[in-house]
Write a protein that binds this ligand. Structure first.
Ligand SMILES: [Zn+2]
Length: 88
């Protein structure tokens, strides 16, 4: 991850340790994935504990790069005082 925006030079880490809070956003994403997998397995009537745990772990590992980045992006937008203002 860049320390500064390559376009406008914005420093992403607003204060030291700022992105520790992104952990909670990541946690929310993970819970959403766990619930979604549970519902999907129930709907398709293939729910059992092994399938559930393996699919949740597999899916979270697969999505880890996205979860990492999007939790930081969301946290930056929510609590970083950053507003996207495109220049024409
Ligand atoms: Zn920028």
């Amino acid at each position: 991850m860049h320390t500064n925006c390559p376009k406008c030079g914005l420093k992403f880490e607003r204060e030291p340790g700022f992105f520790i809070g992104a952990m909670y956003v990541n946690y929310a994403f993970s819970v959403a994935i766990i619930v979604a997998v549970g519902i999907a397995l129930s709907v398709f009537n293939i729910y059992n504990l092994h399938t559930f745990v393996l699919s949740v772990v597999g899916l979270i590992l697969l999505l880890l790069p996205f979860l990492f980045r999007y939790s930081r992006i969301l946290f930056l937008y929510l609590f970083g005082g950053v507003d996207y203002q495109p220049r024409d």
